[in-house]
Design a protein around this ligand. Structure first.
Ligand SMILES: *Cc1c(COP(=O)(O)O)cnc(C)c1O
Length: 384
């Protein structure tokens, strides 16, 4: 096989991590539904001894994830939150983490309500403002943590610039790349040290599995996290690894269609009389439009908007769509609609992350764009 760095994402998505099974020729990596492995002699084995430590289906997934992000190593976890929690075990009591102030609600909850009780200091800053990030660095800052685009405000942060700030102060930069996926943005190539994913979203892509991943370049960081993956044990089962690996094969195709559909919907919403504001990194009135153009190969499939009729109209529209299912989560092939304030972001309603109660978020799927536009048109007609 060619070295994987020569290959493009579409090709990597299909081939990375997967090779024909040596025993049967099976083209897909089998679901190694086993907890343990026969040893040839005492402590002599083929690299697998117990499935918390390693499992061949998970190995295939981890190799694919590393290749997609342009990283040397990847580790798979039972959920995105398990991946983030394990990364945070790199931080010791007395050390400081500088986090974006618009991170995923579950991440904020983990930092603010769980890990801060173990002596780790957190502060939250607007990472779209590079100067504010530099000013918020402390002598004990060990990790800078950001999401770009953020959820649900779709703010974009400059990964390369913030990597420089972090590195100048001896800190790592960790980027949650869930919203972009490696098909649109590869933070490691921009200087980030650690990338995490909720593979539940675009990477899995079919709303049928929960999972997480960490991807990195540095061998020492990998060895520590590999130790922690086994020591803590928040690992995915082989069936989940198989489903995620299967999802990955169409990642490039799916992301193209998500972006294609979302662009059309964003323009449609921007021109609609019932809509007060549209937030989409592909619209030229987005505050970080230029940066998004530079940093991402396409603006992705997530759109947020506000209606003139506020929360009442938002609730009406969310109930009125047919193709857009009213549901939490994102990144699957099917289009979803939700109100972040009472749904995905309910846990942060009394925090600095609280969002406008009238905000509507779309996860635009891969259906035929005119069908989606017609569905939104009929729903918006009810509040116009
Ligand atoms: C969903 C999500 C997570 C959490 O992942 P789970 O798989 O639900 O544990 C973390 N970050 C972002 C940006 C997410 O969207």
């Amino acid at each position: 096989m060619q070295t994987q760095t020569d290959l493009h994402l579409e090709t990597l998505a299909v081939h990375a991590g997967v090779s024909a099974d040596p025993h049967t020729g099976a083209v897909m990596t089998p679901i190694y539904q086993t907890s343990t492995y026969a040893q040839e002699d005492v402590a002599v084995h083929k690299g697998y001894e117990y499935s918390r430590t390693d499992n061949p289906t998970r190995t295939a997934l981890q190799m694919a994830l590393a290749a997609l992000e342009g990283g040397r190593y990847a580790l798979a976890f039972a959920s995105g939150m398990a991946a983030i929690d394990t990364v945070l075990r790199l931080i010791k009591p007395g050390e400081h983490v500088l986090s974006g102030n618009d991170v995923y609600g579950g991440t904020f909850r983990l930092f603010d309500k769980v890990l801060s009780a173990y002596g780790i200091a957190f502060s939250f800053v607007d990472t779209t403002d590079v100067t504010a990030v530099a000013a918020a660095m402390q002598p004990n800052t060990k990790l800078v943590w950001l999401e770009t685009p953020t959820n649900p405000m779709l703010r974009i942060s400059d990964i390369a610039a913030i990597a420089q700030i972090a590195h100048a102060r001896g800190a790592w930069l960790g980027v949650d790349n869930t919203f972009a996926s490696p098909a649109l943005q590869r933070p490691l190539t921009l200087g980030a040290d650690i990338v995490v994913h909720s593979t539940t979203k675009y990477i899995g892509g079919h709303s049928d599995v929960v999972g997480g991943a960490v991807v990195m370049q540095d061998t020492a960081v990998y060895e520590r996290l590999k130790f922690l993956q086994n020591a803590i044990g928040a690992v995915p089962g082989p069936m989940d690894c198989f489903l995620t690996l299967r999802g990955i094969k169409t990642l490039a195709l799916r992301m193209r269609q998500h972006s294609h559909n979302a662009r059309q919907i964003a323009h449609f919403l921007a021109d609609h009389p019932a809509v007060a504001a549209v937030i989409y990194p592909g619209l030229d009135d987005h505050p970080q439009y230029e940066l998004a153009q530079r940093q991402m190969s396409a603006p992705g499939g997530m759109i947020s908007f506000i209606l003139h009729g506020g929360e009442t109209a938002a609730r009406q529209v969310a109930r009125a769509t047919n193709l857009f299912t009213l549901a939490e989560s994102l990144g699957g092939v099917e289009s979803l609609i939700e109100l972040p304030a009472p749904m995905t972001h309910a846990s942060v309603s009394d925090s600095p992350l609280a969002v406008d109660p009238g905000l509507v978020r779309l996860s635009v799927g891969i259906e035929h764009a005119p069908d989606l536009l017609a569905d939104l048109a009929q729903a918006l007609a009810q509040v116009s």
